[in-house]
Design a protein around this ligand. Structure first.
Ligand SMILES: C[S@@+](CC[C@H](N)C(=O)[O-])C[C@H]1O[C@@H](n2cnc3c(N)ncnc32)[C@H](O)[C@@H]1O
Length: 296
């Protein structure tokens, strides 16, 4: 059976594979390392027996509270190890670590957005496209835009996260991304005042976050204003836009209502849930994405 993660190099040994999900957890392979991580969206039953999960896993993240937990190792895990994602003749490489609160340093469901970004930048290539990536974290979206030839501005609140993304940029054979340690909302306000425009805007805001100076970001409170401002930064002639949201409280209905009030003039926007597919092609919901462009 063909795995439905058509866009992820599931068969390569250094690639990514979701083996199974269910009972509130996922079993994944990141390169050579198998991990079990909690996932509130893994609501169906596991397909593989528990003993298979346990015998494969190098480590499992045990969630203790809503925002904390710990990694339990069953086998040695290197401090850093690599995973590759190949799409559109691009190979992005990420060095992973067992990080705080179940993260490892890449979000595989984003590959679908990376392809969209890559295609849109490619279509704009003759125009010296400028792309803004807000809440940039791992840099995956910035790398996809850069690999297609965009001039990329990446905004992120955490210094150590930027340092890590810079290393992965080099590891992926890329360079010349403009890295900014800044609050996303403040940066957008400054760009509006400066009259700057972008062909592509990408954002993946968390439900709660802090800017570098402790500025509070609350998705439900702040997203509407930010989106309205971002429209002012879009090049009116040629543009694309990618909004991704992964947040427990956000439903597709809320998202649709929000989009209808803000993106009224962008009738052609598409919105859908992102999924990862396991070995049995069982779907694991992995957030919502809204995208539009006005390119031919
Ligand atoms: C959901 S993650 C983005 C994941 C991204 N799609 C990726 O694939 O790497 C959100 C990121 O926003 C950052 N962040 C939170 N609040 C911020 C703020 N006010 N300004 C800028 N970045 C912020 C966090 O540090 C985190 O790295």
């Amino acid at each position: 059976m063909k795995n439905m993660n058509y866009h992820i190099n599931t068969e390569e040994k250094d690639g990514y594979l979701l083996l199974d999900s269910g009972n509130g957890e996922r079993l994944e392979r990141f390169g050579q390392i198998y991990l079990i991580r909690p996932d509130q969206n893994a609501q169906l039953k596991k397909s593989l027996p528990d003993r298979e999960w346990s015998s494969l896993a190098h480590a499992r993240f045990i969630q203790e509270t809503a925002t904390s937990g710990k990694w339990v190792k069953y086998k040695p895990v290197p401090e850093k190890w690599a995973v590759f994602f190949t799409f559109k003749n691009v190979q992005l490489r990420f060095l992973l670590t067992l990080s705080a609160f179940k993260q490892v340093g890449v979000f595989p469901e984003q590959v679908e957005n990376w392809e969209y970004i890559f295609d849109n930048v490619t279509a704009l290539r003759q125009k010296s496209p400028r792309v803004l990536n807000l809440f940039g974290y791992t840099g995956g979206a910035s790398f996809a835009a850069r690999a297609a030839g965009a001039e990329v501005t990446h905004v992120e609140a955490l210094k150590q996260v930027i340092e890590r993304a810079k290393k992965n940029m080099k590891l992926s054979g890329l360079g010349n991304i403009r890295w900014l340690l800044d609050d996303a909302v403040k940066f957008v306000n400054k760009e509006i005042r400066r009259g700057n425009l972008y062909h592509g805007i990408i954002l993946d805001p968390p439900s709660f976050g802090r800017g570098p100076k402790g500025e509070i970001w609350k998705l439900e409170q702040d997203i509407e204003h930010l989106l309205k401002n971002l429209i002012k930064l879009l090049n009116p002639d040629e543009h694309f836009f990618v909004l991704n949201v992964y947040s427990a409280g956000i439903t597709i209905e809320y998202f649709k209502k929000l989009a209808n009030t803000i993106f009224d003039n962008f009738k052609k926007y598409e919105m859908h849930e992102l999924f990862l597919y396991d070995l049995n092609n069982k779907k694991l919901p992995a957030g919502l994405t809204l995208r539009f462009n006005n390119l031919a």
